[in-house]
Write a protein that binds this ligand. Sequence first.
Ligand code: ADP
Length: 199
Amino acid sequence: MEHRYYGLTGGIGSGKTTVADWLGELGARIIDTDEISRQLTGRKGQAMHDIREIFGANYLDPEGALDRDRMRQLVFSDPGAKMRLQNILHPMILAEAKTQALMPTTAPYTMVVVPLLFESMRYRDWLQRIVVVDCTEEDQVRRTMSRSGMDEAAVRSIMGQQIERGMRLRLADEIIHNDGDLAALKAQVVQLHQRLLAL
Ligand code: ADP
């Protein structure tokens, strides 16, 4: 049978990473675009040459990796800079995700985790079904604050740049409702895995 590619998305703090980890344990191959992005912008990362050319050496740390705090401050206040950064990173992330996707695997399917899947649209023609992890905005804020130590304003500012919840749900093929405890989430993940295997 032909290998299948699915997408997993959701707002910050919705539970994507948790769901992806469990799907991985169940046997799915996981490709995580956040992880790819961190590699591209790490020490000797493939994107660092272009980032230095366009933003200057000030945005690199002493190791030659992206100075994330500095870049975050810039892109929050400067939409043009954000666009320039995305123009460097997004095509590289997609290319690397597709390269990883072409590697042989014995997994029954591949799940590509893309936080901004609907925002960028580059993934729609490739991924056969899109799974959305959904929870209330209050839960998103609470979970992200306790995980990252960011304050509420910072979390809400990131949420403000992501697709609106109702729209994300309308675009979903499958929805995981992360409004209970972790055991309830796990049960849905197991069911989702079974459904994806049966497709
Ligand atoms: P995302 O990858 O979408 O940003 P995570 O999977 O990292 O979200 O989840 C954010 C935080 O919330 C993590 O610390 C995770 O353990 C916790 N979390 C997620 N879902 C639940 C839940 N249903 N109950 C309690 N904690 C949760």
